[in-house]
Each structure stands twice: as C-alpha cells, then as structure tokens.
Design a protein around this ligand. Structure first.
Ligand SMILES: NC(=O)c1ccc[n+]([C@@H]2O[C@H](COP(=O)([O-])OP(=O)(O)OC[C@H]3O[C@@H](n4cnc5c(N)ncnc54)[C@H](OP(=O)(O)O)[C@@H]3O)[C@@H](O)[C@H]2O)c1
Length: 275
C-alpha cells in the first residue's frame, strides 16, 4: 500500500514551452500531490528547479520517476538512478517504474528490488507491461509490481491487463487519458457533460477513475489543472459508463505511432540527446 496515494497524478511529459515554476505553483494551488516524471521527458532539471523555487515540502508530494531502457543494464542502472536524483535535486523518489518492457527488463526489475532494499526508493513498479510480462516478474521474484502505468483513454484500454492488475492488487495508472480534441468532442461525451453539468474532460477523467484507474493527466493551464482535479463530487451511472465504453475501438491504439517512434530510440541517453 502506498501511503497517501492520491486518486489523480500530474503528467509532466513534453511540454512545448512552459514556465515550470508557474506550472508547479499552479499544480500545488490546484491540489495535486503526485507528480509523474521520467528521464525520457528531458525536463527533470527544470522540474527540480521549479520545486525549489516553490519551496515545496518534499514530504507533501509523491514523486514517480521512470527509468528508460538504455539504463536497464547493471553497469548503468544504479548510476542512472543517482543521476536522476541529482537532476531533480532529491534524495529519494517515492515510486520508480521501468518505463518499458524491452531489453533485459527482468534484470532491471531485480535492480529495482535492490534499490528498494537499500531504502533508496519506497515503491517499485512498471509501465507499459502486459499481463504476461507481469506474470514473468511474479514467477521470477515472487512478488507483483505495486504499479503498472499504461495507456488509458476512451478509445483504448487493455482490459485483460487492467482486470489482472486489479485482481493482484496492482495499482493501474492510466496515461494520456484526454489524448486529443477529438475525444473531448465525441457526442456521447458532450451529451454526458451536459447531463452531469461537467465539462467533457471531467467526464473522461471520471470515467477512467470509475474504471478503477488513476488518471495521469497533464495540463499547462491553471484553469484545466483545477477542473481536472474536480471530479470527485459526482458519479457516472452504470448505464452512462456503458455508453462511454461503447467508444472503445477494437484494434486501434491511438499512441501506437508515438510508441513505435520511441521504440526505435531505446538506446537514446537522456543525459546526451535532445528529441
Ligand atoms: N508511461 C508512459 O509510457 C507514458 C506515455 C505517455 C504519457 N505518460 C504520462 O502521462 C501524462 C499525460 O499524458 P499526455 O501528456 O500524453 O496527455 P493528456 O494528459 O491526456 O493530455 C494533455 C493535453 O490535454 C490538454 N488538456 C488538459 N486538460 C484539459 C482540459 N480540461 N480541457 C482541454 N484540454 C485539456 C492539455 O492542454 P493544456 O496544457 O492547454 O491544458 C494537453 O495538451 C504525461 O504527461 C506523462 O506524465 C506516460
């Protein structure tokens, strides 16, 4: 169990232009207590500086970090973890995830366990792992990851993996929940927004929350940060949940192109390369 684990997490990936100090101050004002970082996002130093600028009490935040596959090898892993801490300016991360199930992910998981045993991280988990890959972890280490962060939006979610994770007590975090303008303009979503007197994004985020998934959502605007974290005072009926479930597309994965692009770049090193 992760102490004080909040029902929503704040994404930090690939902002085009951003005043990071303002972003963190807005996020705190909007009540976010969980930040989702990754070496791959190439902005850890900026986030670290913004946390400092805002005099953030470290104990008031849960900070998740993700290790990119180029650092899975034994000769990189522990050094990479130190480098990530240095870039963000922290002495520990609350949660560390393996970003993708490629290369020697079982070896990397073993090293995550040893980080936890040394007290350098509190909780460990994975991202983009399927049921089969989590089973492999269980077979080898006799434990389940505490978290699996996977793509979740109205068009795509991996029900098999989600159900499996729930059954095993693994927290499912859903990334790219809003995805794009198109999802916010679906008629079903707009009709429900009207019915529940919420905006379209709130309907989508609440839907994901009611699937039992923690949305990991990003926004550069205070207005959106606030409304996205104001989805706790209404319940979408089962009938309406089913209407939204009807938007799920078979054999369509919106982020596939992006994932394929990154798939070709597993050897990129966060310290050296810019996207
Ligand atoms: N583990 C992985 O492999 C993985 C992969 C992808 C993402 N992630 C994580 O998940 C986070 C979220 O995913 P994402 O960044 O791809 O996309 P997202 O959170 O689904 O969508 C972000 C976009 O939605 C807009 N938005 C947010 N709230 C809005 C609102 N209330 N109304 C209208 N527009 C709104 C934002 O624009 P504004 O700035 O204008 O609000 C932004 O352009 C990432 O930042 C990252 O931390 C993880």
């Amino acid at each position: 169990m992760i102490k004080n684990y909040p029902p929503i997490s704040l994404g930090t990936a690939f902002f085009k232009e951003l005043d990071y100090s303002l972003f963190i101050s807005n996020a705190l004002e909007a009540g976010y207590t969980h930040l989702d970082l990754a070496a791959r996002y190439l902005n850890e130093k900026k986030i670290g500086k913004a946390l400092k600028d805002n005099n953030v009490d470290r104990n008031s935040l849960i900070i998740t970090e993700k290790i990119w596959p180029c650092d899975y090898k034994e000769n990189r892993f522990f050094k990479a973890y130190d480098e990530m801490l240095n870039r963000v300016g922290l002495t520990y991360f609350d949660i560390v995830l393996l970003h993708k199930p490629v290369k020697d992910y079982l070896g990397a998981y073993q090293r995550l366990i040893s980080l936890r045993e040394k007290g350098l991280v509190k909780h460990i988990g994975v991202s983009n792992f399927s049921k089969k890959q989590i089973e492999e972890i269980y077979q080898k280490f006799n434990e389940y990851p505490e978290i699996n962060q996977i793509e979740t939006n109205i068009y795509y979610y991996d029900l098999e993996t989600i159900e499996y994770c729930k059954e095993k007590g693994i927290v499912v975090e859903g990334y790219s929940p809003i995805l794009n303008k198109k999802s916010r303009e679906e008629k079903v979503i707009l009709d429900l927004a009207k019915k529940y007197q919420k905006d379209a994004t709130q309907i989508i985020l609440r839907f994901i929350y009611q699937l039992g998934i923690t949305p990991v959502v990003k926004s550069s605007s205070l207005k959106h940060l606030k409304s996205n974290n104001d989805i706790w005072n209404f319940i979408i009926s089962e009938e309406d949940m089913n209407l939204i479930k009807g938007l799920r597309k078979k054999d369509f994965r919106p982020l596939k192109k992006l994932l394929d692009f990154f798939g070709d770049r597993m050897n990129f090193h966060p310290e050296k390369e810019k996207i």
